[in-house]
Design a protein around this ligand. Structure first.
Ligand code: ADP
Length: 487
């Protein structure tokens, strides 16, 4: 199959979050499965400057894209990234040759660019143009988040115009419903589409233009980044106001758990780990733990060590972790927390670190090497998120043989198996309500496992053997594409 994958971020050319890793990881894995992938992304300043930019050549004639009453010119440039992978940049310097991807950054403040609607409607129209008039025929157009939400609608509308034989199927993936691309109603004119799509069953959300909703309403299939999140967003608690629109597409909505970069997150030959280990030889893990205790000023004792690497945000339930900390250290355990974000949470963590020296270490900041050592050196990984579309750290910790303790939501619920569900497959611990008491219950069970070394070893091994590769995820996407194509 030939897939046109359009996204506003592609690693290593542009990245603000997990979307960039996903588009890169999925593309590579699809190519390895034998599919042809063309990734389309804006030609931002950071992409222009990237040292990994391949040689580029114009792809097709210059783009002349209408935006309401005027026309914006641009170019599609393409280059080869690897066998079966083409990168295509949409060049429009006025829109994309800027310091940020979405936000103006100045004087410590962030504000979205005022013309984000123009920028990403232009980009979406360029993608739809390539899908129809590009030099190569595409089987599937796979778009992501609000920035390319308009593409499925544009493609749908184009198929109504005669002459498009073998039009591609469209898939739209939601990475986080918290970002919807809401714009003033008058910006709908920039789409040059007839007025009837601006409707509560289409691209309208309470009188505004919602670019994400256009994707949800008009894609042939809608996906999210975990099966659990796909179910949760049908309800008001997680649906962010779009639960109705999502329920209307329930029959074509599905969740596919993201993969992780298994080249980077590995326990052998990892430059960030002082010792290597694997599922058959776990001794190295205990040595990583002792080195970590020394590095963080924790008492070098044979006691259970919990770890967390996270943005310090309410979403991540860090407040709950800090609430149970005095109890946890009272039970003889240690806790290592690495993170940055909310100043109030950071202050509380600093205060607790002062109160529990040698038992609680808080490292404020963003530190990837240390993140690897905490994932590997801790005995258990703590991730009490309130909601989690996919979540990566629970998968890293499983790969590192560090059973996670998680709230049973979204991708956490999908990746972790609790003994209550299946004792033979158990690899971690889950709790239900976002409350300290529930979390303490799960931690108590983890402490129980600590006292049974052989059972703990089995948990570690099961986690390390689970398949969180992009290959698995790409297979599921390919199966979905085939289904849509009726093959
Ligand atoms: P989210 O994308 O919501 O922050 P995920 O679990 O999906 O949460 O991914 C977070 C990623 O960011 C992981 O790769 C994690 O290791 C990394 N990360 C978060 N905070 C830090 C930090 N302070 N230092 C190093 N890595 C961090």
């Amino acid at each position: 199959m030939r897939v046109l994958l359009a996204a506003s971020e592609v690693y290593p050319f542009s990245k603000t979050g997990g979307l960039a890793d996903m588009t890169a990881g999925l593309t590579k894995a699809l190519a390895r499965l034998g599919h042809e992938a063309v990734v389309v992304s804006p030609f931002y300043r950071c992409a222009r400057k990237s040292s990994q930019l391949p040689e580029l050549e114009p792809w097709g004639p210059p783009l002349r894209i209408p935006l309401d009453g005027y026309t914006v010119e641009g170019r599609a440039l393409r280059g080869r990234l690897a066998a079966r992978i083409t990168i295509c940049f949409i060049e429009q310097p006025g829109f994309f040759d800027r310091p940020g991807l979405y936000d103006e950054i100045g004087a410590g403040r962030r504000a979205p660019y005022p013309d984000n609607a123009e920028r990403f409607i232009f980009f979406s129209k360029a993608v739809a143009r390539l899908a129809r008039e590009g030099p190569e025929r595409m089987d599937v157009v796979h778009t992501h988040d609000w920035q390319t939400g308009l593409v499925p609608l544009l493609v749908r509308h184009e198929t109504l115009r005669p002459g498009w034989i073998g039009a591609p199927r469209t898939v739209h993936t939601i990475h986080n419903l918290a970002y919807q691309g809401l714009e003033a109603a008058w910006k709908y004119a920039l789409t040059n589409l007839p007025p009837y799509y601006f409707h509560p069953d289409g691209a309208e959300f309470y009188g505004k233009l919602s670019l994400l909703k256009a994707g949800i309403a008009f894609a042939d299939a809608v996906t999210t980044v975990s099966p659990g999140y796909a179910r949760e967003i049908l309800n008001p608690e997680f649906g962010m106001g779009l639960e109705g629109a999502l329920r209307a597409r329930g029959s074509v909505l599905r969740g596919i758990l993201n993969g992780v970069d298994t080249e980077m997150w590995k326990t052998r030959g990892n430059p960030h780990l002082p010792f290597g280990y694997d599922a058959r030889r776990l001794e190295g893990k205990a040595r990583v733990k002792r080195a970590l205790q020394a590095e963080l000023g924790l008492r070098e004792a044979d006691v259970p060590l919990f770890g967390t690497v996270s943005r310090l945000e309410l979403q991540k339930g860090i407040d709950l972790a800090l609430e149970v900390l005095p109890w946890l250290t009272g039970r003889g355990a240690q806790y290592a927390l690495l993170g940055s974000g909310d100043p109030e949470l950071a202050a509380r963590a600093r205060e607790l670190a002062g109160k529990f020296p040698g038992r609680f270490a808080f490292v404020e900041g963003y530190n990837e090497p240390l993140a690897h050592r905490i994932e590997a050196g801790a005995d258990f990984y703590l991730m009490p998120s309130r909601f989690e579309p996919c979540g990566l750290n629970q998968m890293y910790s499983l790969r590192y043989g560090t059973p996670p303790v998680v709230r049973a939501v979204g991708g956490l619920n999908d990746a972790v198996v609790d003994a209550a569900e299946d004792p033979k497959r158990a690899n971690g611990f889950k709790f239900g309500p976002s409350e300290a008491e529930a979390l303490r219950g799960a931690l108590e069970r983890a402490l129980g496992l600590w006292r049974d070394p052989e059972a703990l070893r089995q948990y570690r091994i099961r986690g390390m053997r689970a398949d969180f590769s992009w290959r698995r995820a790409a297979r599921e996407y390919a199966a979905l594409y085939r289904e849509l194509l009726g093959r």
